[in-house]
Design a protein around this ligand. Structure first.
Ligand code: GSH
Length: 299
């Protein structure tokens, strides 16, 4: 991994990295925020600093949330690190949307492993985000450092819009092995098989066969994953979000959860007057941070 830039933010440092990914076969950018606890000269710390992975929405790079979600204040408050991955592979060699729209292709990888040409070659974002990136970050940050960061075990996941979808999907798919300790989402796409953004992406990346889509659809996954303990999924969405009725439709996840172990354990908070922007996301980041801090054993 190459450190492209390091900046002071709040009480810690934002590290901007790039690396050659074996999953996407491209150079990927990722931002990592190391909270103030990472730099504290406290050798008595008994366990590594947990991480929260934030998956961004359509058109975003790792910088959008790093600059506009204000996670850093919360990371310092509770003592977790943040990982901000990119939303797709990028580059001239990477196939893009034939319609040249922002809802598919570069900036819109949907955090899945594409099976269809010409996308399968580089769009392997599921393996990248959930498998390769944590291992790569672990090797980079923990090799020689005294203070350890936990990218592999005590990890939470969250995200916005397409990234909220990616977070719920990754959480449920990895649930049996407890890949993530905690999951939340801001204005997520919850039922991609049945909304235009998701259908376009699934058709392009996974093909016409709808049976293949089920493996990545939270509304299908939730029916086959048995919830344990106090696990809950926390969701916020604004009632003035322009994408609410057509693309997000969070009520469909509540319907899918009915009569399963998740009934009453998916919490959708519809908040009045908020839209889809980072004004909305940043307002509710403190509540999500507290939720994850509890589930990561920090409070
Ligand atoms: N007009 C928006 C449409 C896409 C959009 O709303 N993207 C959301 C995620 S689905 C976003 O976070 N955009 C970037 C930002 O607000 O910084 C854009 O081109 O950015």
């Amino acid at each position: 991994m190459n450190v492209v830039k390091e900046l002071s933010v709040c009480g810690g440092r934002l590290v901007k990295l790039s690396h050659n990914s074996t999953s996407t076969k491209t150079c990927m950018n990722v931002n990592v925020y190391l909270p103030k606890q990472y730099y504290a000269q406290d050798s008595s710390r008994s366990r590594p600093i947990p991480t929260v992975v934030y998956l961004s929405g359509l058109t975003c790079t790792p910088d959008n949330a790093s600059e506009k979600a204000f996670w850093q204040f919360q990371a310092d408050k509770y003592g977790f690190a943040m990982v901000f991955p990119d939303t797709s592979p990028r580059g001239d060699q990477v196939a893009n949307d034939p319609e040249d729209s922002w809802d598919f292709g570069q900036g819109a990888g949907f955090y899945l492993n594409a099976t269809q040409d010409p996308y399968a070659q580089h769009y392997q974002m599921y393996d990248y985000v959930h498998k390769e990136l944590p291992q790569t970050l672990d090797a980079h940050f923990n090799k020689n450092a005294a203070a350890k960061l936990d990218f592999l075990d005590n990890v939470a996941i969250t995200g916005h819009s397409m990234g909220g979808y990616g977070a719920i999907c990754g959480y449920l798919k990895g649930y049996a092995e407890r890949r993530y300790k905690s999951c939340s989402a801001f204005a997520p796409i919850v039922n991609p098989s049945n909304v235009p953004w998701g259908q376009k992406a699934f058709k392009g990346y996974l093909g016409d066969e709808r049976a293949q889509w089920q493996a990545y659809d939270p509304c299908a996954l939730i029916k086959n994953v048995k919830r344990v303990g106090d696990d809950k999924v926390l969701i916020h969405v604004g009632d003035e979000d322009p994408f609410l009725e057509k693309h997000l439709r969070p009520e469909l996840l509540l319907e899918a959860a009915k009569s399963t172990s998740w009934e009453n354990y998916v919490q959708v908070k519809k908040v009045h007057g908020f839209d889809h922007s980072y004004y909305f996301v940043s307002t509710f980041v403190p509540e999500h941070a507290e939720f994850h801090a509890k589930n990561l054993g920090l409070i």
